[in-house]
Design a protein around this ligand. Sequence first.
Ligand code: SAH
Ligand code: SF4
Length: 365
Amino acid sequence: MAENNNSELLGLSFQDLTEMMEAHAQPGYRARQLFQGLYRERKPSLDDFTTLPLALRQQLSMAGWSVGLPVIQKRFTSTDGTVRYLMQFRDGQTVETVWMPEGDGGEEGDGSESSYERATICVSSQVGCAVDCHFCMTALLGLLRNLTAGEIVGQILAVLSDQRVDIDQQRINLVFMGQGEPFLNFDNFVRSVDLLVEGVGIPESRMTVSTSGIVPRIADFAKLKLRPKLAISLNASNDASRRELMPITKKWTLEKLMAAAREFPLRPRERLTFEYVLLGGVNDSDENAREVVQLLKGLRAKVNLIAWNPGPEIPYSTPDPARVEAFQQILMRAGIPAFIRKPRGRDIFAACGQLKRTTELVSIG
Ligand code: SAH
Ligand code: SF4
């Protein structure tokens, strides 16, 4: 049986549930009923598992088991339809999960599934983050703790239920781009992907995980059977600049990171994504763009440009739209697909790098 803090059912695999039902001398199909009820039907409490005998539900409950969904403590709705959820776990810790109707800017859309309603959920993998990127609000929290696999999946289930999503009718994309560095909580992240694919029914091809560049985990990730797409937060065009902005570069140099990217085994038609946060006057010059072109030469990659989203206490500025476009043009002319990510929910602090358990909406001018 896997580690299971606080006796929460969410996080248990089909195998775990099978062993549990065997221990309770239950027939084999009970594990399937539990697995389906938890992940596919999103039942919020043991009382809702009406296909299980009452005696079994009572036994489980007496043994301290509960479903373990996070509680939606707050909801902030942006003028653009984005919703930022503040989710609370049993120990009182909170993280944020973001619902973005119609995807995250739409660049992935090929129009072939236009009958589907589309949305993207941005999920957190840790409470806070230990990677001290200087432009990111989450970094100000430090790392408070890892999330369990059940807590990662639970965020998604809570949002799907709140938005009344029918997983068979709506196209849901997932991005592991909320609070935290997923590759520093690797085992729980991997476990959550398995549960999301096998239990919830979201294919791994609709998931993207973003890493700040934990080099050894990139190779581990490449070997997974159920592997989401990979995005790498590049954010600088040379090692010196990246060390300034992302101190983790001292440990995993840009050279090592790019070597890992080059060795990464892509599937047919798959591309690596590089994210590049543009900081006004810091990493957004034509020269920086040309350096990015050199770095990415020969890679099957695309670049998502993100104009920096402001946050209090962070001393950067957002470049002009014209600068962002000029940067994009240099990449495009060199044959690198480059997209400008539309900021989502900036007014409610839901955009990239703004997740910091902000419970009050302060004006950012
Ligand atoms: N920790 C992971 C995933 C979460 S951050 C990572 O860093 O990749 C998701 C993206 O938001 C990263 O590409 C990060 O570089 C970017 N980001 C961080 N702070 C930002 C800000 N203030 N404005 C815009 N993007 C930001
Ligand atoms: Fe952590 Fe990502 Fe923010 Fe860096 S950008 S501090 S890795 S959440």
